[in-house]
Design a protein around this ligand. Structure first.
Ligand code: FAD
Length: 305
């Protein structure tokens, strides 16, 4: 068995594996896609100490760093189940079972997609999901935020301080965000709120040049000229496979304590799959380090197996 088996190979999983392996203990990673969401990112400018890099380059250096240690990496494998027996058992979708004295779940999250034409084609070419990450790229430009919940309204307020103008687009007749955020966003001179707007298409040629929506009340189609579209309609944690095994919050996020411990003894979690409030690369890496140190502290307190 592994001393520490990490499920997930994004920034959280990579950090957890490095911290574990540096204790000289047997460490493995099972990951569907090593690098996680970072594979889908172009410019990254907020990894502190690295002024600028690109997603694929950063994934390569993450992998090289992990492989500097004797870590077994199982790629293209999905975990299907996690159970506490004498050890913790992770069953893969292919039926194989991996055992760990401790397990760190770092399966990340995925942004809910709008599912309209243009969204996939213009990803990283004007279509963005993370205002903290990509806001500065649109300095002085006109952008839209799609989604009138807390994250959409927060994004609009945040971007209004960086870009020239923000159009906030909400499907239903009213914003769903907290009242105080709604008041704040409506007070900003460079934000326009449009409700009852069904996004039909993100338009462009080689990058985004606008967005078409249908006014649900009049059925009339409108086009707005824009250089960026931030989709803020939800971040879904990849925790389906631990439902019923680990305690989750109302958003499906794994609940962890200050050591990264979950509700199952010996199982720790880190990064975007957990109830950590902010979802960023450096935050996930710090959480991965915490979970590995938590797992190590747990292990040295167990009777030898
Ligand atoms: P993830 O990166 O999501 O990794 C999850 C890992 O788990 C992957 O290896 C995945 O394949 C694996 N996995 C999932 N389910 C299973 C399963 N059942 N079995 C096995 N493996 C599984 N953050 C920044 O700080 N700066 C940025 O500039 C930035 N830009 C971004 C741009 C985009 C387009 C996106 C989508 C995100 C961006 N982020 C950025 C956010 C950042 O990428 C995430 O916060 C970070 O990757 C989270 O790391 P993680 O390890 O928790 O999860």
């Amino acid at each position: 068995p592994f001393d520490v088996l990490v499920v997930g190979g994004g920034p959280a999983g990579a950090a957890a594996a490095i911290y574990a392996a540096r204790k000289g203990i047997r460490t493995g990673i099972v990951a569907e896609r090593f690098g996680g969401q970072v594979n889908d990112t172009l410019a990254i400018e907020n990894i502190i100490g690295t002024k600028a890099t690109e997603g694929p380059a950063f994934v390569s250096s993450l992998e090289a760093h992990v492989l500097d240690y004797p870590v077994d990496i199982f790629k293209s494998q999905r975990a299907a189940r996690i159970e506490k027996k004498e050890l913790v058992e992770v069953t893969l979708e292919n039926g194989a079972v991996l055992q760990g004295k401790s397990v760190i779940v770092a399966t990340g999250a995925r942004y809910r997609q709008l599912g309209v034409p243009g969204e996939v084609e213009f990803k990283n070419k004007g279509v963005a999901y993370c205002p903290h990450c990509d806001g500065p790229i649109f300095k002085g430009k006109d952008v839209a935020v799609i989604g009138g919940g807390n994250s959409g309204v927060e994004a609009a307020i945040d971007l209004a301080g960086v870009v020239k103008h923000v159009t906030l687009i909400q499907r239903s007749g009213e914003l769903k965000a907290d009242q105080v955020l709604q008041e704040r966003v409506r007070s900003l001179p460079n934000v326009t709120v449009i409700t009852n707007a069904l996004t039909k298409e993100i338009t462009g040629t080689n990058k985004v040049n606008g967005l078409t929506y249908i006014d649900a009340l009049t059925n009339i189609e409108h086009h707005i000229a824009l250089e960026g579209v931030f989709v803020q309609i939800g971040l879904l944690p990849n925790t389906e496979f631990v439902e019923g095994s680990l305690e989750l919050n109302g958003h499906g996020e794994i609940i962890i304590d200050g050591h990264g411990a979950t509700s199952m003894p010996g199982v720790f979690a880190a990064g975007d799959c957990t109830n950590t409030v902010y979802k960023q690369i450096i935050i996930s890496m710090g959480a991965g380090a915490t979970a590995a140190l938590g797992a190590f502290d747990y292990m040295i307190r167990q009777a030898p197996v």
